[in-house]
Design a protein around this ligand. Structure first.
Ligand code: NAG
Length: 327
C-alpha cells in the first residue's frame, strides 16, 4: 500500500477511535480521583470527554488485513509503515469489535516525535475538533506542531518529558493546556509566558521539580502529584497572577507555603507536602487588621508535618480555617 493511502487510512481510524470512548486507564484514574477534572470549569468550546460514550463498530476496517509486502525493518518512530507483525496483531484486534477500540490501535503513533516528520499534520494522529486538539494516550514523546487556532489541547497520558519554548510559540488563542499523566521533568522557562489567552494549565502527574514563568491571565494551575520543591517556585511567582483562582500543588515536596498569593485566589491545595512551618503573613497582612481575604475559602494543609495551632495569627483574614492538624 502506498504511503498517502496508508496515512489516510490511519487518519480515518484515529478520527473514529478518538471519538469513541476514553482510554480505560484514564477513566479509571478519573474515578479514583473523584474526577477532580470534571469539577473544573471547561471552556464552552471544549467538549466534555465523558460524553464520548458511544462505542463504534470497527467492522468496516476489514481491508486493513491487506498489508502484503511491507518490509519488516521498521521502527515505530519512522514514517514508514509499521511491521507486518504489529499490524496484523492490531488488525486482528480491530476486526473483533472490542469494547475499547482505543486499546486496539496500531502502534504507529510515534510518527510525530521524529524530527524528520515535522511536516506531518498533527490532525492525522490527534483528533482535531473545532479549536480543540485531542492527543490523549497515543505515546507522544513531545508536543506535536499544533494548528494556529488551537484553543484547547489535551495530551494526557503520553510520554512527553520536556516542553520546549517553541512548542506553543504563536498560539495566541490557547486557553487550556492539559498535559497530565506524562513524564515532564523540565519546561523551558518561557514556554507558556506569551500565551495571553491561557486560563487553565494542567500539569498534574508529572515529574516537575520547578515551575516555569506563568502568563498573567492564568486562572487554574494544577501541578498536583509532581516533585515540586519550594526552591523550584520563584519568590514572586504568583503575585502578578491577578486572575488565579485555583492553585493545586498537593502531593509534592514543598517545604513552605508559597507566596505572596494574589487576592483572587479561592483554593490553595497543599496537602501531602513537607511543610513544617509557616510565616504568619502567609495569608493575611499582619499590618492591616481590617484586611480580609473572602475569596480564599479553601486551604488544605493536611498531610504536612505542621502544627497549625502554632500560628494563631495567620488566619484572621480568612473566611474559614485551613484544613490540617491543629493539635
Ligand atoms: C501544637 O501546638 C499547640 C499550641 O502551641 C500545642 O499545645 C500542641 O501540643 C502542639 N501539638 C504537637 C503535636 O506538637
Amino acid at each position: 500500500m502506498r504511503l498517502p493511502a496508508f496515512l489516510g487510512l490511519l487518519a480515518l481510524m484515529l478520527q473514529e477511535a478518538g471519538t469513541a470512548s476514553l482510554p480505560k486507564k484514564m477513566r479509571k484514574r478519573r474515578e479514583e480521583e473523584g474526577d477532580a477534572y470534571a469539577a473544573l470549569p471547561l471552556g464552552d468550546e471544549a467538549l466534555n470527554p465523558e460524553s464520548y460514550g458511544e462505542v463504534i463498530d470497527l467492522s468496516n476496517y476489514e481491508e486493513l488485513t491487506d498489508y502484503g509486502d511491507q518490509s519488516p525493518e521498521v521502527k515505530v518512530t519512522s514514517l514508514a509503515p509499521p511491521t507486518r507483525t504489529s499490524l496484523t496483531k492490531s488488525t486482528k484486534a480491530l476486526r473483533t469489535p472490542s469494547p475499547n477500540p482505543m486499546l486496539a490501535r496500531p502502534t504507529t503513533l510515534g510518527l510525530l516525535t521524529s524530527p524528520a516528520n515535522h511536516g506531518l499534520p498533527t490532525c492525522l494522529v490527534c483528533v482535531c475538533l473545532g479549536s480543540s486538539v485531542y492527543c490523549d494516550d497515543i505515546e507522544l514523546e513531545s508536543i506535536p506542531p499544533l494548528p494556529r487556532a488551537t484553543a484547547y489541547l489535551y495530551a494526557r497520558f503520553n510520554r512527553i518529558s520536556h516542553i520546549r519554548a517553541e512548542d506553543f510559540k504563536g498560539l495566541t488563542k490557547m486557553k487550556r493546556i492539559d498535559l497530565s499523566g506524562n513524564s515532564i521533568s523540565s519546561i523551558d522557562n518561557d514556554a507558556f509566558l506569551l500565551l495571553a489567552a491561557l486560563r487553565d494549565l494542567i500539569l498534574s502527574e508529572n515529574q516537575l521539580a520547578a515551575l516555569p514563568v506563568l502568563p498573567n491571565g492564568i486562572e487554574i494551575l494544577d501541578v498536583r502529584l509532581n516533585r515540586l520543591q519550594s526552591s523550584g517556585i520563584q519568590p514572586e511567582a504568583f503575585r502578578a497572577l491577578e486572575k488565579l483562582r485555583f492553585l493545586y500543588l498537593a502531593d509534592n515536596l514543598l517545604e513552605s507555603v508559597p507566596g505572596p498569593l494574589p487576592l483572587s485566589l479561592r483554593s490553595l491545595h497543599l496537602q501531602n507536602n513537607r511543610i513544617e512551618t509557616m510565616r504568619s503573613d502567609s495569608f493575611c497582612d499582619a499590618e492591616e487588621h481590617r484586611h480580609t481575604r473572602r475569596q480564599l475559602e479553601d486551604i488544605r494543609l493536611d498531610g504536612n508535618p505542621i502544627n497549625l495551632s502554632l500560628f494563631p495569627g495567620a488566619y484572621f483574614c480568612l473566611p474559614r480555617l485551613p484544613i490540617g492538624r491543629f493539635i
